[in-house]
Design a protein around this ligand. Structure first.
Ligand code: PEP
Ligand code: MN
Length: 265
């Protein structure tokens, strides 16, 4: 496989411009709400990122929701609004693309196209993202194996897009005490098998706000190249995933802990 370390030994460095990288040997921090909700909310999160030296912000404008009646995102207009605020502040945008028809309309406003867990094996979407010259982050499928994640990455990489990042976000197991089971094992295994950077999402991985920081730090120590986690000014009022979202004080503390832990690794 092209994403295999056997094919390419040198770790892949994903360059997002303006000195922002996701790569082996650095610790990427990506934070932001589950969903982009309003201009005011965007501005608050962007300020939080800037104040804490966080150069990448996450947030969904197209949301894959279990219930069709749940908030499904602000759509392309939300992304345009976000881009106007974030680019001004030098903050990069990480957001989910749900279908091929969205790739082009999102293109001017996105820095990393996120492929969500539910679309991890949407092979048509992966094929099309293989033709784009912007970074792509693929989340592991809800019940996806490590091998399946690597094969999904192979679709994009073999299409010609080598700006690729893998994300461990927890898998569905028999355990019901947490939302998902964050598979820390996947981190060293993916790092050993592939030259691609690996980032960890402890928010979806455990789904319980109080435990997100320790799972994030476990991810750092397991060898991750970055952490992506959810934050919001008032998590209890978030339109989605509030139960696993940190407030800004918790997020600032976690960002500092992530950097300290990485320095000790
Ligand atoms: C998200 O990042 O908010 C999200 C929907 O994640 P996942 O696809 O991992 O469930
Ligand atoms: Mn979420």
């Amino acid at each position: 496989k092209l994403v295999s370390k056997k094919w390419k030994a040198k770790p892949t460095s994903v360059d997002l411009g303006d000195g922002v990288f996701i790569k082996d040997g650095e610790m990427a921090i990506i934070t932001g709400p589950c969903s982009i909700e309003s201009e005011e909310q965007i501005q608050k999160v962007v300020n939080h990122c800037v104040e804490n030296g966080i150069r990448m912000m996450r947030g969904g404008v197209f949301k894959p929701r279990t219930s069709p009646y749940a908030f499904r995102g602000m759509g392309i207009d939300g992304l345009k609004l976000w881009h106007s605020i974030a680019s001004e502040a030098g903050v990069k945008i990480v957001t989910e693309v749900m279908q091929t028809s969205q790739i082009e309309e999102m293109y001017p406003y996105v820095d990393i196209y996120q492929v969500g867990a539910r679309n991890s094996q949407n092979f048509n979407l992966l094929d099309e993202l293989g033709k784009v010259d912007k970074a792509v982050m693929i989340k592991r499928g809800i019940s996806g194996t490590i091998e399946e994640l690597l094969q999904s990455a192979e679709y994009v990489f073999s299409g010609g897009n080598e700006k690729l990042i893998l994300c461990e976000r927890g898998i569905r197991t028999y355990e019901k005490a947490s939302r998902n089971t964050l598979d820390l094992n996947a981190i060293p295994i993916l790092k050993a098998k592939s030259h691609l950077p690996v980032i960890v999402d402890p928010s979806h991985g455990i789904g319980i706000r109080a435990y997100v920081p320790q799972m994030a730090l476990a991810g750092v120590m397991a060898g991750a190249d970055g952490i992506i986690y959810e934050s919001h000014e008032i998590p209890e009022k978030a339109y989605s995933d509030g139960q696993q979202t940190l407030d800004f004080a918790q997020s600032a503390r976690l960002a500092a802990w992530i950097r300290e832990s990485f320095a000790m690794r």
